[in-house]
Design a protein around this ligand. Structure first.
Ligand code: AMP
Length: 282
């Protein structure tokens, strides 16, 4: 596996491969890699000849400077994981490489549709402008045929698909399922911040979602929400940001049950750590 830090070097390395007709996949990450990330790499390897994984903790998508500062960056561990997985290239640029004038903000404002402003967009203002800004830059640097994202960040994939369609980008977006710990907790780089008590409390998130999934057919929506919220609120040390059963395209709460396109999404602070999770219902 080749470790690359600059766009010029990356493009030089990829050029002959592209010319030979190889299909290029990109897996964008912020590092602190776990099995969830590796599942994206594995899927990318099935669908493309060359897999580029990027590791970049993108400052423009963080709304809380403390969150940015404490984001884990175990680079050696990450390189070992990617080498073990048989990834071809890891692109680990500096902040200046991606944002030459940093910290002066660049102009980036794209219409992502009204779903930008709900759920995560409401709690993390400007987050999806930052996400799409860096993903656009990564697409521009790698020029992948296909890029892989996790359903774990459900709204993020929707925003990236909206960007691809808004800007007519020639890249296919593939969504991969959520990888969970054996007890149900969705894997996340942020789980490392959970202490023993938080780790136990964190299970309430997936339990509430699984409860909704299991009882969706038999109970009214408002009752499902009420009971799932009660499950969360009965756990000390969890502060719920939102729990919703929504239309997967608009992310607006559904009032009546639909046969397809429904997703339950949750975000909560467990101790000091903010976690998100979701389950596709149908
Ligand atoms: P991150 O490093 O958290 O920005 O995540 C990089 C990519 O991995 C994103 O597309 C995430 O949705 C995806 N991802 C994160 N956690 C998981 C998981 N538990 N299962 C599957 N994909 C994940």
């Amino acid at each position: 596996m080749k470790v690359i830090a600059t766009i010029a070097e990356l493009q030089q390395a990829l050029m002959p491969l592209k010319q030979s007709g190889a299909k290029i996949a990109l897996v964008p990450t912020m590092g602190a890699l776990h099995q969830g990330h590796l599942s994206l790499i594995a899927e990318a390897q099935k669908q493309a000849e060359i897999v580029v994984c990027s590791i970049f903790v993108n400052p423009t998508q963080f709304t809380d400077p403390k969150d940015l500062e404490k984001y884990p960056r175990p680079l050696e561990h990450d390189i070992k994981m990617l080498t073990g997985a048989g990834c071809n290239f890891v692109f680990m640029p500096s902040v200046k490489e991606m944002y030459p004038n940093y910290p002066t903000p660049e102009n980036w404002k794209i219409d992502l549709g009204p779903a930008e402003f709900v759920l995560e967009g409401e709690f993390r203002k400007g987050h999806y402008q930052g996400v799409t800004q860096i993903v656009y830059k990564l697409f521009d640097a790698v020029k992948p045929d296909v890029a892989f994202f996790g359903q774990k960040d459900f709204q993020q994939v929707l925003m990236i698909k909206n960007m691809v369609s808004e800007l007519n980008l020639a890249v296919e977006i593939v969504t991969c399922p959520i990888i969970r710990e054996a007890d149900g907790l969705a894997m996340s780089s942020r789980n490392i911040h959970l202490n023993k008590a938080d780790r136990e409390h964190s299970l309430a998130l997936s339990k509430a979602l699984f409860f909704i999934e299991k009882n969706y057919a038999s109970q009214p929506i408002d009752q499902l929400i009420e009971q799932a919220k009660a499950m969360i609120n009965s756990v000390k040390g969890i502060e719920l940001d939102y729990l919703t059963i929504a239309n997967g395209d608009t992310l607006l709460p559904i009032e009546e049950k639909a046969g397809t396109g429904t997703v339950a999404l949750i975000a909560a602070k467990v101790g000091e750590t903010r976690l998100i999770d979701n389950v596709i219902i149908n």
